[in-house]
Ligand binder design. Structure first.
Ligand code: AMP
Length: 397
């Protein structure tokens, strides 16, 4: 038995889950938010309770120390010696990392070197790692990368048709994202249809505020919709997804903006927010659609069409598909979006089961018995994957 802390550190937040392994039971979970601001928020759930306080958290280090003190104070652990490993989610591992890794100075340096590709994420992850190293100096730390699962993509899937020197000099290629989620969901999909993973073809639709589609053949990612950065692919909460790159220079000229400013708009003011003009949150856009707002309905239709474009393309690329799986905030909860997507796939023999689809956030099959491709809602669990990898890489018994 070992207790593993799975951590997702952002620039002003630390999400955590303490798991008992190998049972994979969650002992405590929560988040520290507004680190560096006047009043932080610390939420912790344990033993059926949920508690929230407003401590001052000048830096991540104080946040981590408070979290560890709280675990002991509340008797969640008797002593910190019970924590055998800490696993950190890291967004970008580039081509350096083909697997999760034990944290060393060299590993931290490489995560730093990759910050250009994930400026909002990688530096924040390093701050989180250092805070845990300081608070638990004798505990092994492991990094689990969102990109690793996609390192199996064949060259033809990850290369852009840009000058080859850009790849050689700057590493310009597709890296993908949400790998930990795609891996968990595709493994679970194979279990649910009772087929060996090596023989299962799955298309995973990770539809959250950030969203990506992944073709998983025999447990390996063979293509995914996100690219060099999380801007590529389908429209998301605030991101545009694919477009003609000329839009950037055109808007620069028309509005006197720099390329960086326009790309910032494509990242932060586009997608659901930009199209609907209301919100990046699917619940608000759904309310707008239900009230008859054309742009809100169009937002979902554009996204559903683009998702189906990927599904159809991956179906052909893999030479078939056993399961289409929906996960993350919208994939798990947005009944009308799943329906919109699956109804467009009738030509592939997909048949939605309306009743079964009428649920939120439960693991469930949502196609009829005679559907040629089975579709499931599979709530994702990135923390359990982080904990599993921490045990494996740090060789924790
Ligand atoms: P994520 O990034 O995975 O947390 O997903 C965030 C997205 O999921 C937001 O657009 C939310 O509107 C959407 N979402 C979360 N819960 C629900 C729900 N109960 N019903 C509809 N959409 C939801």
């Amino acid at each position: 038995m070992a207790k593993i802390m799975a951590v997702n550190a952002g620039s002003s937040s630390i999400k955590f889950q303490l798991l008992e392994m190998p049972e994979e039971t969650v002992i405590a979970s929560g988040v520290m938010e507004r680190i560096g601001l006047e009043k932080g928020i610390f939420t912790i759930k344990y033993a059926g309770k949920k508690e929230e306080t407003n401590p001052v958290l000048p830096t991540h280090a104080e946040g981590v120390q408070l979290l560890l003190d709280t675990l002991v104070e509340k008797g969640i652990v008797k002593s910190l010696d019970e924590i055998s490993g800490v696993g950190h989610r890291v967004v970008q591992g580039g081509e350096y990392f083909k697997d999760s890794a034990l944290v060393t100075e060299d590993v931290i340096q490489k995560i730093q070197d990759l910050a250009d590709l994930a400026p909002l994420h990688n530096p924040a992850h390093i701050i989180g790692i250092k805070a845990f190293q300081k608070a638990l100096p004798n505990v092994k730390q492991v990094v689990v990368f969102d990109t690793v699962f996609h390192q199996t993509m064949p060259e033809e899937a990850y290369m852009y048709a840009t000058p080859y020197e850009w790849y050689e000099k700057y590493g310009i290629r597709k890296y993908g994202a949400h790998g930990t989620s795609h891996q968990y969901v595709s493994q679970r999909a194979a279990e649910l249809i009772n087929k060996p993973l090596k023989d299962t073809k799955t298309i995973v639709c990770h539809l959250g505020n950030g969203a990506s589609i992944c073709a998983v053949d025999g447990g390996k990612s063979v293509d995914t919709s996100m690219g060099l950065t999380p801007l590529e692919g389908i429209p998301m909460g605030t991101r545009s997804g694919n477009l003609d790159p000329t839009v950037v220079s055109y808007i620069c000229e028309k509005e006197g903006k720099t390329a960086a400013e326009v790309v910032n708009i494509l990242n932060k003011k586009s997608g659901y927010l930009g199209m609907s003009g209301r919100s990046n949150d699917a619940r608000d856009v759904t309310a707008g659609m239900e009230a008859g707002d054309h742009r809100c309905k169009l937002t979902f239709d554009v996204q559903a069409k683009r998702i189906v474009d990927y599904i159809a393309s991956y179906y052909v690329y893999m030479g078939g598909c056993d399961v289409i799986a929906f996960t993350a905030g919208m994939g798990e909860n947005l009944i009308h979006l799943r329906k919109n997507i699956l109804n467009r796939l009738g030509v592939l023999g997909v048949k939605l089961d309306e009743n079964a689809n009428n649920v939120r956030a439960v693991e469930q099959e949502i196609t009829t018995k005679d559907s040629k491709i089975r579709a499931f809602i599979i709530p994702t669990n990135e923390e359990v994957m982080i904990a599993r990898d921490t045990v494996r890489i740090a060789n924790i018994k």
